[in-house]
Design a protein around this ligand. Sequence first.
Ligand code: UT7
Length: 320
Amino acid sequence: MANAKITGTGSYLPKEIRTNKGFESMIDTTDEWIYARTGIKQRHVIADSETCSSMAEIAATQALEAAGISASEIDLIIIGTSSPDRVFPSTACILQDKLGVGDCAAFDVQAACSGFIYGLGIANQFIRAGGAKKALVIGSEANSRILDMSDRSTCVIFGDGAGAVVLESSEEEGVLSTHLHSDGSHQDVLYINNPIAGQKQDGEQAYMTMLGNDVYKVAVKTLGRIVDETLDANGMQKSDVDWLIPHQANIRIIASVAKKLNMPMEKVILTIEEQGNTSAASIPLALDKAVRDGRIKQGQTVLMEAFGGGFVWGSALVKM
Ligand code: UT7
């Protein structure tokens, strides 16, 4: 059976940056509160002319270049997003058109902040089963469009951006395992209503709602468990993991997972301070950063983990 190997990465962050200080004049908050509670100093904000698919296009183009393949070779596109261009067609279909990829399977995955891990898990299964040879897996989020900028419990947390990988069928080891979970009984602590289903909030626009502390408590426990599950499934020890790439939701959640792995923070790829929480985009954005700055090297083992609204959570153990 073929393996699925990451052969290229790419990313995109919008030009505009909003600092914590910038929020102080907008809402009742402080730089000190935001940084101490989350680890965030700033986030990137999408321009009016940009969309989820336009950010995905730039990240995907970089990933294709890094992999040394052309868009026409792609036979599967999966985008994890909660802020798509349209309800349908999927942002993956829109991207397929933008990149000029021919006929292939293209769809979005709605798994909130775990969207990239879910996409990676699905693409891995496609490739291992022989249903695809070269896949684009992307996380892209225009979170600013789904935030109520007067709600201090959400608007300071989230940022915009996109990250992409090319996943190719290979004889070499690649994705070692993925572990996908959900528990819909927590649907009311982190959600966005759907205006087209008649669930309007504030007139026409629906915004993200988060009971942050309730999410926090479950996330810490659940992510601790998934570390054990992932290592056990591969017969590996904590010391076999070279890098941790966590979903960048909160530096305190990240530190608790690193502690569980006995991993020093220098071995954790962090983007939260400068990018905030970019939902499904945060893991591929961090991966691309660490591949391009030379920290993550070929042959190393990377543990990725994410947690988000649903709840949905998941992990991937990947040999680079
Ligand atoms: O990515 C998807 C998954 N999401 C997560 O994993 C998020 C997990 N949750 C968190 O990261 C944290 O819960 C937050 C950073 C969102 C909040 O931190 P917290 O330590 O859990 O604070 P809290 O929600 O318990 O709020 C504490 C206080 C409250 O005031 P009172 O009731 O104690 O007077 C809030 O109203 O902080 C207040 N508060 C703020 N104060 C200043 C909430 N947001 C802000 C703010 N600035 N932006």
